[in-house]
Design a protein around this ligand. Structure first.
Ligand SMILES: Cc1cc2nc3c(=O)[nH]c(=O)nc-3n(C[C@H](O)[C@H](O)[C@H](O)COP(=O)(O)OP(=O)(O)OC[C@H]3O[C@@H](n4cnc5c(N)ncnc54)[C@H](O)[C@@H]3O)c2cc1C
Ligand SMILES: NC(=O)c1ccc[n+]([C@@H]2O[C@H](COP(=O)([O-])OP(=O)(O)OC[C@H]3O[C@@H](n4cnc5c(N)ncnc54)[C@H](O)[C@@H]3O)[C@@H](O)[C@H]2O)c1
Length: 470
């Protein structure tokens, strides 16, 4: 990537894709002194701002607030009406700025980044085509995100189902909704629309949120059922049809048919690599990246965020972007990259310390490895489980609070390698666990991290006590 060409290229760095990740690479590289162009074909800000994290969490939040009050004696009496679905939808819209990206485009401009609108395509080393223009750069970063996968269910494509974009931007509540997919998006959106008054049927071919500890999926299923969702696990959908009156019918392998007003498909995503010209860079779609996000086998092409498939979450993509943006700027200056593990220019935490929060009720907040994953990696681990409801802070938080916490402890190093909390409002508990894992804080030292009384963080004390006295 050394700037050796005879003609100075148009930019030091061209970033393809202006989602949260692309914006961050561009920003960090610009701060490091690079001349950067950011190319976006749709809305600057990408999926997270307009059709994913922000609108989905806004759809969920109002229902969580009402249930939280309902669970506290005294506060319950103050709830005298129903959730106002129209107001929830309009609050959701405010979080997307009405799907208007001018605020984010202004920020790009103010950060000194050149914003180009249009579809970008690689056309060889350091060359990017945008419309009829071909631009050159020392380095190119792909931050094109991911696209939904439509499963091969007969009739499904013709039935024009909702994807997550439609489910996060709809402005009316379908009276009946079928959700296909029991992963994170399926569970969150089933919960959101049920809380807004839709009668939701969730069709999962296995269990729910199966990448997490199994108790997480079981508790999420109970939460969904409590919200009125008809949860069908271990179910295969063999056919979907939309009738002339607009209703949709899903036929299950059992022969049962379920009819609804809309069907949402949330069955996973794949890297967005269609028509990006990867072949012109001599790279296959099964590429891998180094920890600085440099595509293996190249010295100028980076792939950051959902597109590299490492940890498809906004916070993790932005973390990769900070590392990659700074690494690119350093390399352009001819400075050595800090690419040793945990250095400033690498995303080491992707391998061992990715935090995940599922914003259903109960919430699931987890980081690092599940017990099963740790064992698959050959670690000798012990799982320590504690009932979250035992903690004084939790019982104050909500009457009859129920929840569960698990630490996964590496018995050889006596450090935490995984943690999972399931219960109302546990999202904020996970960062302490992330710090313990990243910092490799020994269990003996963790005893000195005293949780304030009476907070839910006292769960840490119970977990350490249970570890010491199983
Ligand atoms: C329903 C849902 C809810 C989610 N909730 C959360 C959450 O709560 N927390 C969380 O951490 N993560 C969440 N995620 C995941 C999160 O949305 C993604 O991890 C994140 O958006 C990835 O950012 P990105 O910048 O890599 O990709 P994207 O946000 O997809 O941005 C990529 C951008 O590139 C543009 N682009 C693509 N190809 C080209 C091209 N050839 N030329 C020019 N531009 C191009 C696209 O238009 C897009 O704007 C959720 C995902 C979904 C589907
Ligand atoms: N709170 C959050 O952080 C959050 C929320 C939503 C999405 N996301 C991100 O977005 C990504 C995509 O979410 P997702 O839920 O679509 O993916 P996912 O991979 O979490 O879940 C996909 C689900 O679909 C199921 N599935 C696949 N094919 C199927 C079929 N033919 N029939 C029935 N079920 C089928 C899978 O078994 C799995 O349960 C996630 O990986 C996550 O990174 C994050």
């Amino acid at each position: 990537m050394t700037p050796t060409s005879q003609h100075e290229p148009d930019f030091d760095l061209i970033v393809i894709g202006g989602g949260a990740v692309g914006e961050n690479i561009a920003d960090y590289a610009t701060r490091g002194g690079a001349r950067v162009a950011l190319v976006e074909s749709d809305l600057v800000g990408g999926e997270c701002s307009y059709w994913a994290c922000m609108p989905s969490k806004a759809l969920l939040r109002s229902g969580h607030a009402v249930r939280a009050a309902w669970r506290v004696g005294g506060a319950r009496a103050a709830i005298t009406g129903e959730l106002d679905a129209d107001a929830v939808l309009s609050r959701r819209t405010s979080f997307t700025s009405g799907w208007d990206d001018s605020g984010q485009a202004d920020w790009v401009d103010s950060a000194g980044i050149t914003l180009l609108r249009g579809h970008a395509r690689l056309s060889g080393r350091g060359r990017v085509q945008v419309g009829t223009d071909t631009l050159t750069a020392h380095a190119v970063a792909l931050a094109t995100g991911s696209v939904p996968v439509l499963p091969p269910i007969a009739g499904l494509a013709e039935a024009a189902p909702w994807g997550t974009r439609e489910a996060t931007s709809a402005d009316t509540v379908p009276p009946r909704l079928i959700v296909i997919g029991g992963g994170v998006a399926g569970c969150e959106l089933a919960f959101a629309w049920a809380s807004l008054g839709s009668h939701v049927t969730l069709l999962a071919r296995g269990g729910l949120v199966e990448r997490e500890e199994s108790f997480a999926g079981e508790r999420v299923a109970a939460g969904l059922t409590g919200e009125g969702v008809d949860v069908r696990t271990g179910t295969t959908t063999s056919r979907v049809d939309r009738a002339a009156d607009g209703t949709v019918t899903a036929r299950l392998d059992s022969g049962e048919e379920i009819t609804a007003d809309e069907v949402l498909v949330a069955t996973g995503r794949r890297p967005a690599l269609d028509d990006v010209g990867l072949e012109t860079a001599g790279v296959g779609e099964d590429f891998t990246v180094e920890d600085s996000m440099l595509v293996t086998g190249t010295d100028w092409l980076y792939a950051v965020g959902d597109v590299n498939g490492r940890a498809p979450l906004t916070h993790q993509g932005k973390y990769q972007a900070r590392a990659a943006g700074a690494a690119i700027a350093a390399r352009l200056r001819g400075a050595p990259a800090a690419d040793e593990p945990w250095g400033a220019h690498v995303a080491t935490a992707d391998h061992t310390a990715v935090p995940r929060v599922i914003f259903t009720d109960p919430e699931v907040a987890a980081v690092g490895l599940t017990a099963a994953e740790a064992r698959e990696r050959g670690l000798r681990v012990r799982a320590v489980d504690v009932d979250l409801g035992q903690v004084a802070g939790a019982s104050l938080h909500a009457d009859d609070y129920t929840g569960q916490a698990r630490l996964v402890v590496d018995e050889d190093r006596r450090v935490v390698v995984g943690a999972t909390f399931v219960g109302q409002d546990v999202a904020e508990l996970v960062h302490a666990a992330t710090i313990a894992i990243v910092g490799e804080v020994g269990l003996d030292r963790l005893w000195h991290a005293v949780p304030a009384y009476p907070t839910m963080s006292e769960i840490w004390l119970r977990l350490l006590e249970t570890y010491a006295h199983p």
